[in-house]
Design a protein around this ligand. Sequence first.
Ligand code: SF4
Length: 199
Amino acid sequence: MKDYGNNFNLSHIESSSHIYGPGKRFVVWFQGCSLACDGCWNQEMWSFKEKSLLSKEKLLALILDASEIQGVTFLGGEPLHQAENLWWLMRQIRKKSNLTIFLFTGYEQCELERFRYLSNIHELCDMVAIGRYLVGNRNINQQWIGSDNQVIVYPDNSREIAKSESINQVEIIIEDNESIRILGFPDEFLVNDIKGTSS
Ligand code: SF4
């Protein structure tokens, strides 16, 4: 694991998304993951090489400036590989806004305990999706998780009550230059439909 000082090493940011937690959210994909789940859909986010370095103060400002969002979602990559800066960011978000915080981690509950992450999780997070992605348990029809072994927990200080539903959500973003981006995990029929529409 690398130390990026006062910075986060990020893969990607969406300032407005509806499929990574309740309501409209600011979503941050961290760069770097050592957990190497078989079948991981985000393998380009495994490398710890600097991809997009952003100071923690700058990321905080971007989040607080985002308009009409309900919360912030952190995923990756593995956000907890950059835990110290992440706890700082979450603490500032809680102090300066009412935004809810949804953390996705590939660590299992016992690992969160072993690495002493649980007290910060209970203090700072509203929802946490916990566990490795297991390709044999893949489930594309459950909101927010990718495989049946993963669980969503509501820590002690949670202000969130929304529950995961049995649906598959994808988000289609049409850019100003009319290029199309898809977020989430669409089935092949939808991908083919979109390719047909855009050709
Ligand atoms: S924890 Fe997430 S990013 Fe890391 S390998 Fe597993 S599925 Fe991929």
